[in-house]
Structure formats: structure tokens, C-alpha cells
Ligand binder design. Structure first.
Ligand SMILES: Cc1cc2nc3c(=O)[nH]c(=O)nc-3n(C[C@H](O)[C@H](O)[C@H](O)COP(=O)(O)OP(=O)(O)OC[C@H]3O[C@@H](n4cnc5c(N)ncnc54)[C@H](O)[C@@H]3O)c2cc1C
Length: 319
């Protein structure tokens, strides 16, 4: 593992794989790829039927491949095999089962924070997380009548609302601490200890608990939710119940726009990141590849070209 990577790539689908492989071929060796799934290309693995035909010019989008990856019409299996082969042949360093939660800027590098509570440093970032990411949902049903107050981010919160935040990772603790400035907040986690959070969040949480700004409800799980006159009644496994104006689940997974927002990347009114002609985002040295560049659409070939193009741009900027 390097102290500081030249490029960190978030997302191991076609856009991320192309970015990593083309970097190696251009001689940029200190590159790391993060993929939250067990293997690369989660979208292809999970959403394509077995033996599905894979078209290079997907849905009529004619794309001339510019890079070094020879992708052509085939099947789900042949496409995955191609990516397996080029990842191996080019010795790409991949951190599988590693979801990146956020990226923060330090002096001349970025800090990459993962859901495993590990941190990595890199000078340039390429984000290619696709559009299929979803927040994890609880296993019990959410009554339809209260769906608008059962949320998976804090975007809809109103000052003064009595809020329950559920989860034990950095996102849950960050939501709880920030909301506690303007709202009564209870934090529920099924374990008693927060073992996966970073030091800053650990300190903030202790301060909020000590100041009575967050009410802990720890070591206990939720059994069910009910509609109580338009509010959410939460039934816990210890047979207690509490009523809240709103509940926020932060139990892993994140919609792509929430990830981009968390990183401070400017989005247009369709939730598409604002980029310049070189696919650079509103943040210098953070580039965007693949499906998240489009409101609708995208294709494997287009994502491969983005990776090729972006690493050429980065190469010009590396001394
Ligand atoms: C059913 C279906 C059929 C399709 N058929 C075709 C076809 O025949 N031909 C074609 O060209 N295109 C096809 N497409 C479109 C094609 O799959 C996409 O255009 C392409 O996969 C986009 O690549 P990407 O790298 O942008 O994103 P994705 O392939 O979605 O890859 C993103 C990766 O990032 C990972 N990730 C997400 N968030 C994080 C995080 N925070 N930390 C770490 N990892 C993360 C995901 O697990 C995933 O592996 C199809 C799409 C679908 C859904």
C-alpha cells in the first residue's frame, strides 16, 4: 500500500476499470481502485441476466472506442471475462468490498474515507460510481402513509422536528451531530459501541451525548414502524415505543447524488455533476466518468472512453 496514490478511482465498473487500466498503460503506476461489491462490475453482474447479449453500440449510441481496451459485442459472461483479464494482466490494485463514503480535500491531496473506517490519500480522484447505487433499507415494512417522513438522507428535515437517526457508521453519526444543532435528535444503533466511526465523529458524538443534545438509544433494534396520526411510531425490540416527526436511516449504501453532494461536488438541476470539457468536476482534480455524467443513458463503450480521456488529462498535469 502506498502512502499517497497518484490516482484513486471510486467504482469498479467499466468507467473505473478503464481509468485504472489506461493509467497503467500510460505509465501512471500508483493507482488504486475502490469497489464496494465483492467483484468488479457490480451493475453488469447484478442487473444483466445470465447470457444477456451485450451490444457495443448500446441502444443505438454509436461510440468509436479511443482507448486501449478491445471491447466488442458479446455477452454478459464475455464482458466480465474481458474485464477480469485486463484487471489481472495490468496488475491493478483493487480494494473490493470497500465502499467509499466521502472524499475530503487536504493541502495538496484528497483523503478517501471508506465505510470500513480506513483512509487513503490520493492526488487525483476519478469517480465512476454508476447510477444503480441505493441506500440499504430495513427488513421490516415501511407503511405507505408515512413514506415521506421515513428518509435515507437529511435533505427533507425541517428545523425543530423531533428526529430519530438509525445507524452506527460515520454517516449516521454525522447526520445526528449536525441535526442536533437545530432539532431534538435520538440516535439508535443496534450495538452499544460505535466501533466503525472516525476519531472526529467519535469526539463530536461524545460531546453531543454529554451536552444532552443527542439522546442515545443503543444496544437495541427496531421491530416495526407504525403510522401514528401522521407521525412515525417506532417499536423497539425491548417492547418500548417512541413517536417521531421523522426517521432517517443511515445503514449503508448511498444514492449516487447523495455521495456526490457529500463530497461537495456541484450538481445541475437534474442531479448530474457539473463538469468542464475534460470531465473535471467543480472541484479541481476530481474527475467524473461513466453513467453519472448523464441524466439518462450511457454505455460501456462511452464509460471506457471517459476513463481513457481522463487519465490522459491527468497525465499532462502530473510532474
Ligand atoms: C440491464 C442493463 C443492460 C445493459 N446493457 C448494456 C449493453 O448491452 N451495452 C452497453 O454498452 N451498456 C449496457 N448497459 C449500460 C451499462 O451497464 C452502463 O452504461 C455501464 O455499466 C456504466 O459504467 P459505469 O462505470 O459508469 O457504472 P457501473 O457499471 O454502474 O459501475 C459502477 C461501480 O461502482 C461501484 N460503486 C458505486 N458506489 C461506490 C462507492 N461509493 N464506493 C465504491 N464502489 C462504488 C458499484 O458497485 C459498481 O461496480 C446496460 C445497463 C443495464 C442496467
Amino acid at each position: 500500500m502506498k502512502d499517497i496514490y497518484e490516482i484513486a478511482i471510486i467504482g469498479g465498473g467499466p468507467g473505473g476499470i478503464a481509468s485504472a487500466v489506461e493509467s497503467q498503460l500510460l505509465g501512471i503506476k500508483d493507482v488504486i481502485l475502490f469497489e464496494k461489491g465483492e467483484g468488479h462490475s457490480t451493475t453488469i453482474r447484478k442487473f444483466y441476466k445470465d447470457k444477456k447479449r451485450v451490444d457495443k453500440d448500446y441502444k443505438g449510441q454509436k461510440v468509436e472506442l479511443n482507448g486501449n481496451i478491445y471491447f466488442c459485442d458479446g455477452t454478459k459472461e464475455s464482458t466480465l471475462d474481458l474485464f477480469d483479464k485486463i484487471i489481472q494482466e495490468n496488475g491493478i490494485e483493487v480494494q473490493f468490498q470497500t465502499e467509499v463514503e466521502s472524499i475530503t480535500q487536504q493541502n495538496d491531496y484528497f483523503l478517501i474515507h471508506t465505510a470500513k473506517n480506513t483512509e487513503f490519500k490520493a492526488r487525483f480522484i476519478i469517480i465512476s460510481i454508476g447510477k444503480m447505487g441505493q441506500p440499504n433499507k430495513p427488513s421490516y415494512p415501511i407503511p405507505a402513509s408515512i413514506k415521506n417522513i421515513v428518509n435515507f438522507n437529511a435533505n427533507s428535515c425541517i428545523d425543530g422536528e423531533n428526529i430519530l437517526v438509525v445507524g452506527g457508521g460515520n454517516s449516521a453519526v454525522e447526520y445526528a451531530c449536525v441535526l442536533s444543532e437545530t432539532n431534538p435528535v435520538t440516535l439508535n444503533y443496534r450495538r452499544k459501541e460505535f466501533s466503525r466511526i472516525n476519531e472526529t465523529n467519535q469526539e463530536n458524538l461524545i460531546q453531543c451525548f454529554e451536552a444532552g443534545k443527542i439522546t442515545p438509544k443503543l444496544g437495541i433494534d427496531i421491530e416495526s414502524l407504525e403510522d401514528e396520526n401522521g407521525k412515525v411510531k417506532v417499536n423497539f425490540t425491548d417492547s418500548t415505543s417512541l413517536v417521531f416527526d421523522r426517521i432517517i436511516y443511515a445503514i449503508g449504501g448511498m444514492a449516487p447524488v447523495d455521495f456526490l453532494r457529500k463530497c461537495g461536488i456541484a450538481l445541475d438541476s437534474d442531479g448530474v455533476p457539473v463538469t468542464d470539457d475534460n470531465h473535471q468536476s467543480s472541484i479541481d482534480k476530481i474527475y467524473i466518468a461513466g453513467d453519472i455524467l448523464y441524466k439518462n443513458g450511457g454505455s460501456i463503450a462511452a464509460a471506457l472512453n471517459h476513463g481513457f480521456y481522463i487519465v490522459q488529462e491527468i497525465k499532462k498535469r502530473l510532474h
